[in-house]
Design a protein around this ligand. Structure first.
Ligand code: THU
Length: 130
């Protein structure tokens, strides 16, 4: 799937967001090295702190389906592109430190490309452990 297609997959996933508290819907689409695409949306909870972001939903779905190598993630949210939160950056980094990150608005009209290593420099990862 090309980058524009990945952005559109994130936009579609965003429509399934469960965000009654923040009313801030986010969608993510994660492209695995084998070509599979795993989508996620944010899932909020009445106990607010249990909310899980779209990016982590996508990543955990992927790992649970046997994918561990990833090429790119698209994130779609709001009026203007937003960037994955710090927790999601760290979780993505575990599997894909060199991930391409596509930051899109909620409709996928505008998007920009960056990298996870740019968003999370000098990160901590598996090889830091003894
Ligand atoms: N959210 C995400 O899904 N991804 C991010 O990277 C930032 C924040 C969600 C969590 C919560 O449901 C809502 O956006 C507002 O923070």
């Amino acid at each position: 799937m090309d980058e524009a297609g990945l952005v559109q997959a994130a936009v579609a996933a965003r429509r399934r967001a469960y965000a009654p508290y923040s009313r801030f819907a986010v969608g993510a689409a994660l492209l695995a090295s084998d070509g599979r695409v795993f989508t996620g949306c944010n899932v909020e909870n009445a106990s607010y702190g249990l909310t899980v972001c779209a990016e982590r939903v996508a990543l955990f779905r992927a790992v649970a389906e046997g994918a561990r190598e990833f090429v790119a993630i698209a994130v779609a949210c709001g009026e203007s592109p937003c960037s994955p939160c710090g927790a999601c950056r760290q979780v993505l980094r575990e599997f894909a430190p060199d991930l391409t990150v596509l930051l899109a608005d909620g409709e996928g009209k505008r998007w920009e490309r960056t990298t996870l290593s740019h968003l999370l420099p000098r990160s901590f990862g598996p090889s830091d452990l003894p």
